[in-house]
Design a protein around this ligand. Structure first.
Ligand SMILES: [Zn+2]
Length: 107
């Protein structure tokens, strides 16, 4: 499971904290194959994004995150490599962290 540590900066305007994962379709390519680009954005992309998942929903809990992951994986246009590239950028900003690591102190 991935946890949101702090709000990353919007990858579109670079001015405000991002609030969602936004997907932008490449209209010159078919959506029956992996397509488009994922970015973490604020509300500045509301009118131009083709799909989005808010951080509130995605990071709500383990179950929600699993549900969203399987929901997205079922979409023909979902580009898993690009999704992880985006998560990698957020990780570089230290905005998210993978909490699958073993806890250091048990009991
Ligand atoms: Zn923005």
């Amino acid at each position: 499971m991935i946890k949101l540590v702090k709000s990353p900066l919007c990858e579109m305007c670079g001015k405000k904290p991002a609030v969602s994962f936004a997907w932008f379709q490449d209209h010159d390519r078919p959506i029956t194959r992996p397509n488009g680009k994922w970015m973490a954005t604020c509300f500045c992309t509301s009118d131009i994004e083709d799909y989005y998942v808010t951080f509130d929903l995605y990071f709500h809990g383990k179950k929600e995150q699993n549900d969203w992951d399987s929901h997205l994986y079922r979409k023909t246009w979902f580009d898993n490599a690009d999704w992880w590239k985006m998560l990698g950028r957020l990780q570089e900003q230290r905005a998210i962290k993978d909490s699958n690591e073993q806890p250091t102190a048990i009991g």
